[in-house]
Design a protein. Structure first.
Length: 94
């Protein structure tokens, strides 16, 4: 039986991601992070292709269009807008 040796430790911001959520961009709703809703933003976006995502950033920045690369993008976001987003496969990690 496998056990997690570090299960009682909080992950550092530069540590590996352990939770993932497929995102459907939405102009009117923030991302809801399961399972308990305590997380309020992503630590990164994993994108299926390079393009543009329009986001609300954690902290400051509302409705900002930013370029992303295919793969890992260390961006803390609370919302991804459908309008202005041309990336079709987006996964939030935290």
């Amino acid at each position: 039986m496998s056990t997690r040796k570090f299960q009682n430790m909080s992950p550092e911001l530069d540590g590996p991601l352990s939770n993932f959520l497929a995102i459907t961009p939405n102009d009117s709703a923030d991302i809801t992070f399961p399972p308990d809703g305590k997380n309020t933003c992503s630590r990164a976006l994993i994108c299926g292709a390079a393009g543009t995502v329009t986001i609300d950033a954690h902290g400051h920045g509302t409705n900002v269009a930013i370029p992303v690369t295919q793969g890992y993008n260390p961006i803390m976001v609370t919302r991804i807008y459908a309008t202005g987003t041309d990336v079709t496969t987006i996964v939030a990690g935290w």
